[in-house]
Design a protein around this ligand. Structure first.
Ligand SMILES: [Zn+2]
Length: 97
């Protein structure tokens, strides 16, 4: 099973590029046995343009991507901001009463 250390996820052998790279980040990974028979690629060229997207989507359903760090940072900053605004709201209410 190919493993991409940069993406920190398993790749299904069919999604690894023929040159043995991760389809998402381009890092070199162990291609496994997906492309053990390279002559077939010349005999029957598949519709390359459409296939990779479908395969990536299929693998995403199996193993969801890890949450990116910048999304966690955004959520954390939003929580801090909304918390601060809640404190300000309580102070504003206290002044009215
Ligand atoms: Zn990768």
């Amino acid at each position: 099973m190919p493993w991409c250390t940069r993406c920190d996820r398993f790749l299904s052998p069919s999604t690894v590029t023929p040159t043995g790279e991760c389809p998402r980040c381009g890092a070199t990974v162990d291609p496994g046995h997906a492309h053990a028979a390279p002559p077939r690629a010349d005999e029957a060229p598949p519709p390359i343009a459409a296939a990779p997207d479908d395969e990536i989507t299929a693998s995403d359903e199996e193993t969801p991507l890890p949450i990116p760090w910048h999304f966690k940072l955004l959520v954390g900053a939003l929580a801090l901001y909304l918390g601060w605004r809640a404190v300000q709201g309580v102070e504003w209410l206290a002044r009215l009463l």
